[in-house]
Design a protein around this ligand. Structure first.
Ligand code: NDP
Length: 398
């Protein structure tokens, strides 16, 4: 039995992971669950899965969790606070860690899982964007296995030659073709996008996801973060990763080899496929998804992205080329701007404007340690808060 810890169990990836695990009780068992503050959903999950450990990063929500569980027969040990996530990631009875916390909040526990030599199922792309060299070094040093959950990177992983190592250029590969659905605003004009609401931005045509990644998909920042993620994971420079808009989200990505062959992975758009693949690798297990019907799909379209309309993608490409601490700053400013947009304090185009304003001001430099990353993250966040504040005031007085 493989012991699994799900960090971010109450979210979209977390619940899909539990769905796949539940289909294979002979193979996997849930050892630990962790979330931020959704005590109600975590309580339900504890009752269903009876894990040895469960954690809430926000210690203030623990009382609610305890009262929801009072009277129930559970032997789960409850932990509170952000450090609990790292503790769970390193438990000896855990073999696989699903890193599915959203944003920079997932960085420390992802690193902890890598240091502890676990199989790391990486959904939390932000930790690779922020600390790619540190994470890859931890994976190398501990002998941990790194399997990407992002459907595109999982597709690329499936198309690479056996034995490809994280961070090392795969032999015989010329380019990677990273597909993008284009998000909900693919066919919108720039004028219409200027008035887009959070609900419209979160209404993805093909995927049901958490709100932060949904907004990232609408701005195409998600593809920019994935470009940086791909460069780290597959050891390639940004000019060898091409972004292709493919609105049907059926071809999840492609790998071009030096002999002209192009291998692609296709599947219905359902995150349970990459999750099942990473859980069972190198085996394959049923994921509970609808099988692909290409006749019904009818056509597969591809085109280049519009980096003028989707400015965030151009900014991410620039950060990928600049390297060092630039992706850290990009990720931090994006998190602040997306939160402000979701809270109704910024217009949709302000997200790109805030990022552009701030990243020209950050100091840059190289990543030597986690402290470098945390300092660059904090600097960019504080500049981003100021820039958002100015735009918020301008919106109020308009
Ligand atoms: P959700 O918003 O649905 O879920 C986020 C999870 O993280 C929740 O369990 C939440 O807990 C937890 N969380 C949030 N903040 C903290 C914190 N400070 N400390 C501890 N836990 C925290 O996100 P998704 O599942 O959509 O995305 C998760 C990650 O997977 C992201 O990095 C995303 O980019 C990536 N991803 C997602 C895909 C998808 O289809 N959803 C596809 C590919 C990648 P709580 O509920 O208590 O707030």
């Amino acid at each position: 039995m493989i012991g699994i810890a799900v960090l971010g169990s109450t979210g979209s990836i977390g619940t899909s992971t539990l769905d796949v695990v539940g289909r294979h009780p002979d193979r996997f068992r849930i050892v630990a669950l962790a979330a931020h503050r959704n005590a109600a959903r975590l309580a339900e999950q504890i009752l269903r899965w009876q894990p040895e450990y469960a954690a809430l990063a926000d210690a203030r929500s623990m009382k609610e969790l305890e009262s929801l569980l009072s009277g129930a027969r559970v032997r789960t040990r409850l932990l509170a606070g952000p450090d609990a996530l790292e503790e769970i990631a390193g438990l000896p009875q855990v073999d696989h860690v699903m890193a599915a916390i959203v944003g920079s909040a997932g960085l420390r526990s992802t690193l902890a899982a890598a240091h502890a030599g676990k199989r790391l199922l990486l959904a939390n792309k932000e930790s690779l964007v922020m600390a790619g060299p540190l994470l890859l070094e931890a994976v190398r040093a501990s002998g941990s296995e790194l399997l990407p959950i992002d459907s595109e990177h999982n597709a690329i992983f499936q198309c690479l030659p056996r034995g490809a190592r994280p961070g090392a250029p795969p032999p015989g590969v010329r380019r990677i073709l990273l597909t993008a659905s284009g998000g909900p605003f693919l066919d919108w004009t720039a004028e219409a996008m200027a008035g887009a609401t959070p609900e419209e931005a979160c209404a993805h045509p093909n995927w049901v996801m958490g709100r932060k990644i949904s907004v990232d998909s609408a701005t195409l920042m998600n593809k920019g973060l994935e470009l940086i993620e791909a460069c780290f994971l597959f050891g390639l420079p940004p000019d060898r990763v091409e972004i292709l808009v493919h609105r049907q989200s059926i071809v999840h990505s492609l790998v071009e080899y030096v002999d002209g062959s192009v291998l692609a992975q296709l599947a219905s758009p359902d995150m349970r496929t990459p999750i099942a693949y990473a859980l069972a690798w190198p085996d394959r297990v049923p994921a509970g998804v609808q099988f692909l019907d290409l006749v019904r799909a009818g056509r597969l379209d591809f085109c280049a992205p519009d980096t003028v309309k989707f400015r965030c993608l151009a900014l991410a490409q620039a950060a990928a080329r600049a390297g060092g601490l630039h992706p850290v700053a990009l990720n931090a400013v994006n998190e602040v701007a997306v939160r402000a947009f979701l809270d109704g304090q910024l217009n949709f185009p302000d997200i790109a404007a805030v990022i552009e304003t701030v990243i020209t001001k950050v100091s840059g430099g190289t990543i030597g340690s986690l402290d470098d990353v945390l300092q660059a993250d904090a600097e960019a966040r504080s500049l981003a808060e100021m820039s958002c504040g100015r735009r918020r005031n301008a919106l109020r007085t308009a």
